[in-house]
Design a protein. Structure first.
Lengths: 275, 295
């Protein structure tokens, strides 16, 4: 058996193991009224009760939800697909706004030691701030909850992009810069024809980290501002004590995060080069 | 009087050393000149500043003092008039061999149209015998092929002066020999003025009209300018039969093994003066024919 096949087999066995263990751990014992004393029945113990759902319960919900992912029955009842699209939309908006700012500034920092040294303290202080700490300020200034969560995505995804772009530009091989010099290229021409293609693999690493962080942060941001989105959905289902939906959305968040990550990884493949 | 094609006057380079008052002088009072169409090699031990001189000629490095003039104009910045072939090919790895060359041509002739640029690139790739590898990325080429693309790129901008920093240093002996032959053929044909750093004595004799010898660093000088009076075109098999070949070769070996260090010591002890450096010497005629260089 090849290594790949062994891995597949192990992965599948693990899946069934998790389902079986999950069913056992979350099992609520025998709840049929026949086994209860009259007192227990009077106390309402036979009534449905919130509990951590087992894998089969989640699976049933998943099939139901995923067969109509985009329905919209008003503010508190939207399909999971619709909610995810709201979140993805916000992440994309914030992410691309950050790209527009981070790439030019990253080039500036990477190409000019003066700018690098001058901006370094600001970056170092702002970078470790939890993006959600910006939320109150954003809400007050922007006065729009959706735009505020876009801003939060923007502010959290800008730092890895900025730092990786600057680092990528700074570490471009001196030989290649000498080539551009001997060909009498100007700064802009050097930036576009030499620095950008040389730094792209490093820049894409930054984009990938940023996308990962954005997807982490959007859930929390939407829990705060509410309205729509997967973060709001999770919190709403918690308020409904519908833990099955909570577990289901955890899985969906993970799945979408994986897709977003592999999209960037796939795109970066076109810009990698081998020395 | 017509200005010299290339004229280097009183060139020096020094670096400050941390915690010491006096800077480290790598080389000083370096004077030499070069004619159009001449092939000049510079030989010296590591650390004498050969690469710094070449980079200064390219405009990539700034000397501490002294001037470099090309046709009477000072060299301070890099220019397309001076093509550089670096030791490690320095091709852009994300571009194909052809794109590496067309990019250089497009910089040299901004008004040339796409078709002519590509034709020119093909011509120079054929010149180095690589027209089959046009679309390959540098990572798909062998070391020798990469260096050939680098040579094609440098020739493609048709520089007035070609600078080469040990272009074959990283190659195996067989590949090096092949590329040297190719370079001799191209340089003979194009009458390209070339300044080259090498550690290989045979390579220097094969290619050069003049070989500059440097004493050991620090405080290195260009001590002598050796004339290589062996008629061109030269070829590997014939050149060793020429009576001048071994005289020059032995002279160079003696210089590198013994005299480069002796001269360094003499310069430090002030027992000789560098006033008349570089001395023009033709080992084939006689070692007593030292005469003052015409500045």
């Amino acid at each position: 058996m090849t290594e790949k096949n062994k891995a597949i087999l192990l992965s599948i066995s693990l899946f069934f193991l998790l389902i079986i263990v999950g069913e056992i751990v979350t099992g609520n014992g025998d709840r049929s009224k026949a086994n209860m004393t009259e007192y227990e029945i009077l106390m309402g113990m036979g009534e449905p009760e919130a509990h951590v759902p087992g894998p089969i319960e989640v699976g049933k919900l998943a099939i139901k939800e995923l067969s109509h992912p985009f329905y919209d029955n008003g503010p508190n009842d939207k399909g999971i697909g619709l909610q995810l699209l709201y979140s993805i939309g916000r992440v994309m908006a914030g992410f691309f706004l950050a790209v527009i700012v981070a790439l030019p500034v990253g080039f500036l920092i990477g190409m000019s030691p003066v700018f690098y040294k001058a901006l370094q303290p600001y970056i170092q202080i702002l970078k470790p701030v939890s993006p959600l700490a910006w939320m109150p300020l954003a809400l007050f200034v922007i006065k729009d909850s959706i735009m505020s969560s876009v801003f939060v995505i923007f502010i959290c995804s800008i730092w890895p992009m900025l730092i990786n772009t600057a680092f990528g530009v700074m570490t471009v091989k001196k030989d290649w810069i000498n080539v551009s010099k001997t060909l009498e290229m100007g700064s802009l021409e050097t930036a576009i024809k030499i620095l950008l293609p040389a730094a792209l693999p490093t820049i894409f690493t930054g984009l990938r980290i940023s996308m990962g962080i954005s997807w982490l942060v959007i859930v929390a941001a939407e829990m705060l501002v509410g309205g729509t989105g997967i973060g709001y959905y999770v919190w709403n289902e918690w308020n409904n004590l519908d833990l099955t939906s909570v577990v289901f959305s955890i899985l969906m968040i993970g799945f979408v995060g994986m897709v977003l990550d592999s999209l960037i990884a796939y795109t970066s493949g076109f810009f990698n080069y081998q020395e | 009087m017509q200005p010299k094609f290339l004229h280097i006057k009183k060139l020096s380079k020094s670096f400050p050393i941390k915690g010491q008052k006096d800077p480290l002088v790598v080389f000083e009072n370096v004077n030499f000149s070069m004619d159009k169409g001449e092939f000049v090699c510079i030989i010296g031990h590591s650390g004498c500043g050969k690469s710094t001189i070449l980079n200064a000629l390219a405009g990539l490095d700034v000397p501490t003092s002294g001037t470099i003039e090309m046709k009477g104009l000072m060299i301070t910045d890099p220019s397309l008039d001076r093509g550089v072939i670096f030791q490690n090919h320095s091709l852009l790895p994300w571009l194909s061999a052809q794109k590496n060359i067309t990019m250089a041509i497009a910089c040299r002739y901004p008004k040339m149209d796409r078709k002519n640029i590509e034709e020119k690139a093909r011509y120079f790739m054929e010149m180095v015998g690589l027209h089959d590898a046009m679309d390959k990325k540098p990572s798909e080429l062998s070391g020798g092929m990469k260096q050939r693309v680098g040579i094609a790129r440098a020739f493609a901008i048709e520089p007035k002066l070609l600078l080469m920093d040990e272009p074959f240093g990283a190659l195996d002996a067989l590949t090096r020999g092949k590329l040297q032959d190719q370079l001799i053929e191209i340089c003979d044909r194009t009458q390209q003025s070339t300044f080259m750093i090498t550690h290989d004595i045979d390579e220097a004799i094969m290619l050069s009209d003049k070989i500059l010898l440097m004493s050991n660093g620090p405080q290195a000088r260009v001590v002598e300018a050796i004339s290589v009076n062996i008629p061109k075109p030269r070829n590997r098999a014939e050149i060793v039969k020429h009576p001048a070949y071994y005289k020059i070769r032995n002279y160079l070996v003696d210089f590198l093994v013994n005299r480069s260090e002796e001269i360094k010591a003499q310069l430090i002890n002030n027992t000789i003066s560098d006033k008349d450096f570089p001395l023009v010497i033709d080992p084939f005629k006689s070692s007593s024919s030292k005469k003052k260089v015409q500045q």
